[in-house]
Design a protein around this ligand. Structure first.
Ligand SMILES: [Zn+2]
Length: 286
């Protein structure tokens, strides 16, 4: 039986029962480097009362030879401008308090371009789906190989993913294949686990959310990130168990964790893996 360590549970977002917000883990938003954290001190109080329309918008910040995507997010609860790195897009998110303008946010980002450059240098490079690229599949590295002579097909052989057909469409086809494989792995496990606890799943969606690995709606519809198929099997299995457990337990209380532990092995290890390596899964296929 899987063991559980209560200390790791507190990191998981808890829901309040009434309006359950149930999801597994967080993506780059939660785990990205925060310029506004205590150590970094890259925050500034905004005194000016400039106009802001509350919409999220994007721009590009030019840093020498680099063009860095800049995304603005208005946040009523933010008390200062905060910049953080989005591992998925290798861009910078500028969180603006209500009174701050995008202009101020942009200036703040420019003031901190040294910090931004340092963080980008540390970021692992994006991996495109192309001939020769190495990507993880269920946690195991695989090399993508284009097979010119082959008809349109995609298949796995040893530690290689072979892709036939038009090379122009290789990237798209690899992504579609990964999504199909993700659905197959996830659906099989979800149905089996739901049957174990005598619950019905009303639907399973495979998506590409930025900040969560899975979710469960009050109507029993489950949603998962296709990128879980890049992670080790045990991690994918944990996320499925987590969402299926929500079909019975709506919050993250002790009964939920007990149920979750009964539906998968090593939930704590899987959560630790997601926390540490999850953000890097967003660099594939971008
Ligand atoms: Zn949850």
């Amino acid at each position: 039986m899987p063991k559980s360590r209560p200390s790791t549970r507190s990191k998981h977002p808890r829901s309040s029962g009434q309006a359950p917000s149930r999801s597994t883990g967080r993506g780059p938003g939660r785990t990205s480097s925060q310029a506004g954290d205590k150590a970094g001190g890259r925050t500034v109080r905004v005194a000016a009362n400039e106009e802001s329309d509350g919409n999220s918008d994007s721009q590009v910040l030019t840093l020498e030879d680099r063009r860095v995507p800049l995304v603005f997010q208005q946040n009523k609860r933010a008390r200062r401008i905060i910049i953080r790195l989005d591992h998925g897009t290798a861009g910078i998110v500028v969180v603006l308090p209500t009174r701050a303008s995008r202009d101020q946010g942009r200036r703040f980002a420019l003031l901190n371009k040294g910090w931004i450059r340092d963080r980008l240098d540390l970021l692992p490079p994006a991996v495109r789906f192309e001939h020769g690229a190495i990507i993880p599949f269920l946690g195991v590295e695989h090399r993508i190989r284009h097979r010119r002579q082959r008809r349109v097909a995609i298949w796995r052989e040893g530690n290689e993913i072979h892709v036939g057909g038009d090379p122009e469409r290789l990237s798209q086809r690899v992504e579609e294949w990964l999504k199909r494989e993700a659905r197959r792995e996830i659906e099989r496990r979800a149905r089996r686990k739901a049957a174990l606890i005598d619950r019905e799943i009303s639907g399973i969606a495979i998506r590409d959310p930025k900040s969560r690995w899975g979710s469960c709606s009050p109507t029993g519809a489950l949603s998962f990130s296709w990128r879980l198929v890049l992670a080790p099997r045990s991690v994918l299995d944990y996320v499925v168990a987590h969402e299926v457990a929500h079909l019975k337990e709506l919050n993250h209380g002790p009964r939920f964790w007990k149920l979750c532990a009964a539906l998968t092995r090593n939930a704590d290890d899987a959560r630790a893996w997601l926390h540490r390596h999850g953000p890097a899964l967003h660099r594939y296929g971008c």
